[in-house]
Design a protein around this ligand. Structure first.
Ligand code: COI
Length: 365
């Protein structure tokens, strides 16, 4: 596919003053502050994609009848822009995010945005908001990028929308979890599933995240940080957390993660870790993993480390597992196990240009 769009930039006439931006960048947190601009494009049936633009960040005008508000026809992506030591700005495997968004769009009956336009929108936004990309060497900070697409047509009949909006917003980001590398404790959600067979679990759509929230609340009520969801038909196999994939390091050197069954999100970080594993002396394994294997595997010594991963969370150590009537102890120490930290650092080194990008994963913006 070739690019259909040009993202014409109009500068915000009220950008955040430099000193205020610097104050945000010094302690960005996650997802609460936004840059000066946003990218936008519209798709209409019969016309295709048009009106690509970058303009001041601000509220969108949306009819209360917009289909997304009623039927959740929406998809999104999560990416990051990283500052390298020479000041240049890069992103990680954007082709993967573009391809996944295309698959999500097909599942949600939304129009596909060509990869060139997807990357073009990100590049145009990051160029407009370049001062918002945190400086090199300021820890795990980056500019989080959130491309998303939704049914903006005002129509209450249930059918794919004839007018769709695509946008990218950006938000300076530090660690997703406020505790940094402190292991997160997980609750096994028994009553709630995140997604089911034939559903939208493999698509990155808002509905999957909405359906994870009740389980997460239940977990929090049990003193946990996140919930781990099981397969919806047998409640036996591990799937993923609300917004992160899971990995297990075993004492015989395997790196296990649940196989993609159609109800698990194919994480770009997940895929990258599977590819890096052999370089780190681990044998990657994608398979069905029973929750009972985890419940028993820590105490028996078979599981040596557990971690969660995603664009936002990077690699986050997992601590205790709790369920109704029991718990399994934490594996790593306070900052996670040794292999968890090695995997995390290998990934960050590529993303920040510290290690050579031998796989061609980085794209300059
Ligand atoms: C990401 O990791 O980018 C996501 O979209 C997941 C969400 C928990 C922030």
């Amino acid at each position: 596919m070739t690019a259909e769009l040009t993202f014409t930039a109009t500068r915000s006439d009220a950008p955040l003053p430099d000193a205020d931006r610097e104050a945000v960048l010094a302690d960005p947190g996650f997802g609460s502050t936004f840059t000066d601009h946003m990218a936008l494009a519209t798709w209409t049936k019969g016309e295709g994609w048009h009106d690509g633009q970058v303009r001041a960040f601000g509220p969108l005008q949306l009819s209360p009848a917009a289909a997304v508000l009623h039927y959740a026809q929406e998809v999104f992506e999560g990416m990051k822009a990283y500052r390298h030591e020479d000041g240049s700005v890069w992103t990680f495997r954007p082709d993967r995010n573009a391809a996944r968004m295309a698959r999500s769009c097909e599942r949600l009956a939304l129009p596909v945005l060509p990869e060139e336009d997807f990357v073009g929108a990100i590049r145009a936004l990051v160029q407009a908001d370049e001062p918002w990309v945190p400086a090199y060497g300021t820890g795990e900070t980056s500019l989080y990028l959130r491309p998303f697409m939704f049914a903006s047509e005002a129509f209450l009949g249930v059918r794919p929308a004839n007018e769709v909006t695509f946008s990218v917003i950006a938000s300076p980001a530090g660690a997703y979890f406020s505790g940094g590398l402190k292991p997160v404790n997980l609750w096994v959600s028994q009553d709630y599933a995140r997604a089911g067979e034939g559903g939208t679990g493999a698509a990155k759509c808002g509905g999957n995240y909405a359906s994870s929230l009740a389980g997460q609340l239940e977990g929090q009520a049990q003193g946990c940080d996140q919930a781990v969801f099981l397969d919806s038909s047998t409640h036996t196999y591990i799937e993923e957390l609300g917004g992160m994939n899971l990995f297990f390091v075993t004492k015989d050197g395997r790196l296990r993660t649940p196989a993609l069954t159609g109800s698990i999100l194919e994480g770009v970080t997940r895929d990258s870790i599977l590819e890096l594993a052999p370089d780190l002396g681990l044998t990657p394994e994608e398979s069905r993993i029973e929750i009972d294997w985890w419940k028993e595997g820590v105490a028996s010594g078979e599981i040596t480390e557990v971690f969660a991963c995603g664009t936002a969370a990077v690699v986050t150590p997992v601590g205790e597992l709790r369920w109704a009537g029991g718990s399994a102890p934490s594996t790593g120490g306070e900052g996670g196990g040794e292999m968890t930290r090695t995997i995390r650092q290998s990934l960050l080194d590529i993303q920040y240009g510290v290690a050579e990008d031998t796989r061609g994963w980085m794209t300059r913006l």
